[in-house]
Design a protein around this ligand. Structure first.
Ligand code: GLU
Length: 480
């Protein structure tokens, strides 16, 4: 076996890269990098019916965007290419012929009608090895006269296949529960069952990391490794990711992809970080980790066999933790797209808004709804002035607002500190509690129950002219 660890991510280009796929890629990357090895991308596009235009590009873009960089792959090259299965047909043909010579596979010329006739009452068909019994002369004749054929795997009729999986332990599957599946289809394309074996061997893959749905078919692949006289790779199968107790998270069910979450404004590093925790926990139970920290901590014994449940709320929390650590500049530049969607874009100092928002949003997606009130101001329910804890109501507001207007109009400057000192002095003059004044002014300036930031931040952001305008409007609304 190769001395260097080599892992691969082998997605089928069937649409968006879903969360489960990205986790497989991430673990392959973490494991390879931790061992100073190579991580390879291979595109498994032999199922033409499931092929979705554009999805190969999505795979390249997503992995790069997520920082899961591959050392070899279709668009970056490498010494083991081609890395796209549809470009490897000749290779599969050659190895299928060799496997036939070695007794691990055989030509099958049965037509559709015969296959149909083998179906049981439930429509399941188990091939009866009919063509395994053809004589060399019959096979030769059929091939010469161009009778369509598939190549089937020759599974022993008795016995069982066993192997050791690094996550699931010892796995044994009886051969009687496997069928002589198709390795090469009549159009000459290999099936996954054949291509994965040939490619993993030829590409020098040492550790096969993939979803647990392949656990029970792996003995079939081992039969082929053995028939070819190739060393079997080490297997690491990963637990499923569930949407809830009963349903698997799956792209076929339209569950969100990496790109969907980025579009919703989740911080990318948080998505990758959260995905790493779906089925793996580091020894020190750390949660927030950069890719480099995950690489250092990654270990197979931290991978659990039991399914993990995708918890969007937790990922949201993690995203918020990343946001909190950003500088105001970074928050603005990374969230710019979302600022652009808000009504305030181009009208306010985004860095000032960033300072207010950073601790108050978990995703960039929340930016517009949190700040649109800066632009949307109009009739609101004056019952908002009534707040028991703050000991305030509309009558208190009728006293506070005209006084506050006078104070704000007369301030020598309109920055946070000046606003703070001015409003505190007003509290003293009115003989009220802080909360009574601040609550009323905040409602008057925003027309809302909650705003990111307090009165001074809000007034500073709005500026003097707009603040006074809003106070005037609110006084009118209260009839004061
Ligand atoms: N193309 C397969 C899939 O997308 C890859 C499985 C594997 O990693 O071997 O499920």
């Amino acid at each position: 076996m190769n001395d260097k660890v080599r892992t691969r991510f082998a997605p089928s280009p069937t649409g968006y890269l879903h969360i489960g796929g990205l986790r497989t890629a991430l673990y392959g990357y973490l494991f390879a990098k931790q061992h100073g090895g190579d991580f390879i991308l291979r595109i498994e596009d032999t199922d033409l019916q499931r092929y979705v235009e554009g999805s190969v590009q999505i795979i390249y873009d997503t992995l790069k965007d997520a920082g899961i960089l591959y050392d070899e792959g279709p668009d970056v090259g490498g010494n083991y290419g081609p890395y796209v299965q549809s470009e490897r047909r000749e290779i599969y043909k050659k190895y299928a012929e060799e496997l036939i010579r070695r007794g691990g596979a055989y030509y099958c010329f049965c037509d559709q009608a015969r296959i149909e006739s083998l179906k049981d009452g439930n429509g399941n068909c188990r091939y009866d090895k009919h063509c395994l019994r053809l004589t060399p002369e019959e096979i030769e004749k059929n091939l010469k006269s161009g009778v369509p054929y598939v190549v089937r795997q020759n599974i022993p009729e008795e016995g069982a296949g066993s192997y050791h999986d690094l996550v699931y332990g010892d796995i044994t599957v009886e051969y009687k529960d496997m069928e002589d599946g198709i390795l090469i289809k009549s159009d000459g394309m290999p099936t996954y069952n054949f291509a994965n074996v040939v490619d993993d061997h030829l590409m020098g893959i040492t550790h096969v990391i993939r979803g647990s749905e392949y656990l029970s078919s792996t003995p079939k692949y081992n039969l082929m490794y053995d028939a070819f006289g190739w060393e079997r790779p080490t297997y690491i199968h990963l637990p499923p990711i569930m949407k809830d107790e009963r349903h698997k998270l799956s792209k076929r069910n339209g569950d969100a992809s990496y790109a969907d979450f980025v579009e919703k404004g989740f911080v990318k590093e948080a998505i990758v970080n959260y995905i790493a925790l779906l089925g793996w926990s580091p020894k020190d139970n750390a949660e927030k980790m950069s890719l480099a920290e995950m690489t250092a901590r990654f270990s197979l014994d931290g991978i659990s066999k039991s399914p993990s449940i995708f918890d969007e709320t937790k990922m949201r929390w993690l995203s918020g933790e990343y946001i909190k650590e950003m500088s105001d500049e970074e928050f603005v530049s990374r969230g710019l797209e979302f600022f652009k969607k808000s009504k305030v874009y181009g009208k306010y100092d985004l860095k000032k808004i960033a300072a207010l928002l950073k601790t108050r949003v978990e995703t960039f997606g929340e930016i517009p709804e949190k700040i649109d009130f800066l632009e949307e101001f109009g009739a609101y329910d004056t019952a908002l002035y009534t707040h028991k804890k703050m000991k305030t109501d509309e009558n208190i507001a009728r006293i506070v607002l005209p006084a506050a207007r006078e104070t704000l109009a007369a301030l020598p400057a309109f920055d946070y500190q000046t606003l703070h000192d001015g409003l505190m002095a007003l509290v003293g003059r009115l003989g009220m509690k802080n909360g009574q004044v601040l609550w009323c002014v905040r409602v008057a300036l925003s027309g809302r129950e909650s705003t990111p930031g307090g009165v001074m931040e809000l007034a500073e952001l709005l500026g003097r002219e707009e603040s006074l305008k809003r106070l005037d409007y609110s006084m009118k609304l209260l009839g004061s």
